[in-house]
Design a protein around this ligand. Structure first.
Ligand SMILES: NC(=O)c1ccc[n+]([C@@H]2O[C@H](COP(=O)([O-])OP(=O)(O)OC[C@H]3O[C@@H](n4cnc5c(N)ncnc54)[C@H](OP(=O)(O)O)[C@@H]3O)[C@@H](O)[C@H]2O)c1
Length: 242
């Protein structure tokens, strides 16, 4: 039995993809949502009845100001992130800084400033990636940032345990969202690219936003009350074999 009715949950990256899908699912279960992202219109379109906050999560002063006004929270789902491809050799210092800002500094700042706002029993879920668990070619800075994010979830699980607050990370494989769409647009062979991505995992297909949302909702609810400090792959079995 889930207990999300009336719970106040913040979702970052809620204007699209995994954040939007999870926010809508949480709202359908009776949670009150605070949506965060840089594009206000996208947040309003995602869930008109929620509270909306336009914010770059890597901006320390902006996150601090938002946190000062933020109500007490029962849950946080941090889906905001960004992918740039490239090897260590081909990625510039600017590319590296962008990947760290989008995928590690932002979640770090939100947890730093919002930690005091978490209620006893709250649950926090960070969205990492299965390529932060196992190396693949050509996503170097992103993978390194996501690996750091997984450790952030584990460190926070330890720090927050005395307050009965849990923290977990999920590590998705390729899911058909705007992020994958952007990658497909760059490809000379989008159909072949989808087949190549799907072939990596034993279930031989891309994941669905709804499948990630289902795991997120489980981790944000009291159903998962004894689960903390984990990094859970959700990738059709890819992590088991690649
Ligand atoms: N889709 C996949 O295959 C896949 C696989 C593994 C992991 N992931 C991870 O899953 C998460 C969600 O990805 P998605 O596929 O749903 O991609 P998406 O549709 O591109 O969503 C990413 C969201 O993050 C927000 N965002 C990016 N930079 C931000 C910043 N500096 N401050 C605040 N918000 C920011 C974007 O909104 P604004 O532009 O409005 O800010 C956007 O709504 C990401 O962390 C991604 O790395 C995705």
């Amino acid at each position: 039995m889930r207990d999300l009715k009336g719970k106040v949950i913040l979702v970052s990256g809620a204007g699209s993809g995994l954040g939007r899908c999870t926010a809508r699912r949480l709202a359908s279960e009776g949670a009150e949502l605070i949506l965060l992202g840089r594009r206000l219109a996208a947040l309003q379109e995602a869930l008109p009845q929620a509270r909306h906050q336009a914010l770059d999560h890597a901006d320390d002063a902006a996150v601090a100001a938002f946190a000062a006004e933020c109500p007490t929270l029962d849950g946080i789902f941090l889906a905001a992130g960004q992918l740039l491809t490239g090897s260590v050799q081909s990625s510039s210092a600017g590319d590296f800084d962008r990947m760290i800002a989008a995928n590690l500094r932002g979640p770090w700042l939100l947890c730093h400033h919002l930690g005091p706002k978490l209620q006893k029993g709250a649950s926090v879920v960070l969205v990492g990636s299965n390529i932060g668990l196992r190396a693949i070619p050509d996503s170097a800075a992103y993978s390194v940032a996501k690996a750091g994010l997984h450790m952030l979830a584990q460190v926070l699980a330890l720090e927050w345990a005395p307050r009965a607050i849990r923290c977990n990370a999920i590590a998705p494989g390729p899911i058909h969202t705007a992020m994958v769409e952007a990658r497909l647009r760059e490809s000379p062979d989008p159909k072949g690219e989808i087949e190549r991505l799907a072939a990596v995992n034993p279930l031989q297909r891309l994941g669905l936003e709804t499948e990630v949302a289902a795991l997120a909702v489980h981790l944000l609810s009291a159903e998962s009350a004894w689960t903390t400090g984990t990094v859970i792959p959700i990738d059709g079995g890819a992590t088991a074999v690649f």
